[in-house]
Design a protein around this ligand. Structure first.
Ligand SMILES: Cc1cc2nc3c(=O)[nH]c(=O)nc-3n(C[C@H](O)[C@H](O)[C@H](O)COP(=O)(O)O)c2cc1C
Length: 424
């Protein structure tokens, strides 16, 4: 497997200037995959090609996209394709770059997905704060309509599709797919019970595919070049390329598209130019705030879904945050908790109360008023949250705190040293 990409599959704007412009996109084989699909492929062939390519969801869970599409019932109408462009995980900023710099790739991916599942309407749900992203995206949608790639009877095929852009108000929970659907329907952005799953009863209780921006942007390459070409990149079980948003204490933070399976060390040292001032890596949050923290000794782990789990963490949405020896890891853990406290939607008490208490205990410790009992209390609180939260947001809180306590206990103890215990 080659570590360096000969060309970008998703980040084509890095190879071709002004690809956000529809004429430039068309010149670079843009909308050819859609034309091929509409002219030569049955809907099921599109799904099968995506299945064969092994494209996995890039929003975090890594669920195979083609398999998800095949769950959509054939005989219920209307059906919807919803694009998760809420991108709120701390440290993730990849979808934004796709939408700003190569928006037609996403639109073509949506059209292919809609054709495959028989949907004639699609909604892109984005973060309201990203106005600089969504203005050009709306322009791209308008241009695609003008060129006949969206709208009624696309390219004379009989297939029709409308895409609407919907901006949320910037809530992390609205990235959770069922909360997103509620928000899209004008309800409070809180998660729904599952089952029923969105594939069966999603938007307006109709069959709905929900995919991440990067996932759908991977589809045109697969349809144009075939599953085998896609599988030349990545590993057997994690095929293709993935965009990693690298941030934290590195010299060159940014988005990097790499074949899945590339060593973490390559991302940090070669792409990111290493750690600032040549310091030692003390920890890595490979999937933003929701990650189990990996110690600095895990740099040789490969960035694919399986290897990351084997190393005790997860690939998630690929937001790699690097902590070095200048970082107080208790402070870093508190920052994550502040985020989760702010973003907890309040629907279930383990998450609502758990994040509240974690924030209060972490604040006490970081302010220098904590005791050893408080450190023990952190473990008790996450023990009460684990497995009891209504949705994954609350569950995301647990691994970060647990691994932080495991890896950096000496720092916790140092911060509470000398403080008197409260009487029992
Ligand atoms: C709290 C929470 C936040 C999430 N935020 C996002 C997000 O910002 N973008 C995203 O694509 N998926 C997000 N997800 C995952 C989605 O629920 C869903 O799995 C994903 O959109 C499915 O698309 P994919 O299969 O293409 O990854 C989030 C999940 C949770 C639990």
């Amino acid at each position: 497997m080659s570590k360096v990409l000969d060309k970008h599959l998703i980040f084509r704007h890095r190879d071709i200037e002004n690809i956000h412009n529809i004429d430039v996109y068309i010149k670079d084989n843009g909308y050819e995959a859609l034309k091929n699909a509409l002219n030569e492929m049955k809907t099921v062939d599109v799904t099968n090609q995506v299945k064969a390519a092994g494209l996995r969801g890039r929003g975090g869970a890594g669920f195979p996209a083609g398999v998800k599409w095949s769950f959509i019932p054939k005989d219920i109408f209307p059906k919807y394709v919803v694009v998760n462009a809420d991108e709120s995980e701390p440290g993730t900023f990849k979808d934004r770059e796709i939408m700003e710099k190569n928006p037609h790739l996403l639109l073509e991916g949506i059209a292919l997905c809609a054709y495959a599942v028989g949907a004639s309407a699609s909604y892109i749900y984005g973060r309201g704060e990203f106005l600089s992203t969504f203005r050009p995206l709306q322009q791209a949608i308008d241009d695609a309509y003008k060129h006949g790639f969206l709208g009624q009877n696309i390219l004379g095929s009989g297939f029709s599709l409308d895409i609407r852009l919907h901006l949320g108000a910037g809530a992390y929970i609205c990235g959770e797919e069922t909360a997103l659907l509620n928000s899209l329907e004008g309800l409070m952005g809180q998660p729904r019970n599952r089952p029923p799953f969105p594939a069966v009863a999603g938007l307006y209780a109709k069959p709905t595919v929900i995919n991440n921006v990067e996932t759908l942007s991977g589809v045109p390459y697969i349809i144009l070049n075939g599953a085998d070409a896609y599988r030349k990149y990545g590993t057997d079980r994690s095929p293709g390329t993935k965009i990693f948003s690298l941030s934290g204490r590195v010299n060159k933070p940014g988005n990097y598209e790499l074949p899945l399976g590339t060593p973490l060390r390559y991302l940090i040292e070669e792409c990111g130019g290493g750690v600032i001032d040549g310091k030692r890596v003390k920890g890595i949050l490979p999937s933003g705030a929701a990650s189990s923290i990996m110690g600095g000794d895990k740099l040789d782990t490969h960035l694919d879904y399986e290897s990351m789990v084997e190393a005790g963490s997860m690939l998630g949405s690929g937001s790699v945050i690097v902590l070095d020896e200048t970082i107080n890891c208790v402070w870093a853990a508190k920052k994550n908790i502040d985020f989760f406290r702010h973003e907890s939607c309040g629907k279930c008490s383990p998450c609502r109360e758990g994040t509240h208490w974690l924030k209060s205990v972490y604040s006490k410790i970081v302010d220098g008023r904590g005791t050893k009992q408080d450190v023990e209390l952190l473990a008790t609180i996450i023990g009460q949250m684990e497995g009891n939260c209504f949705c994954p947001l609350g569950e995301f809180v647990v691994p970060g705190v647990r691994t932080s306590l495991g890896l950096y206990m000496d720092e916790y103890l140092e911060m509470v040293a000398g403080n008197e215990e409260a009487p029992q």
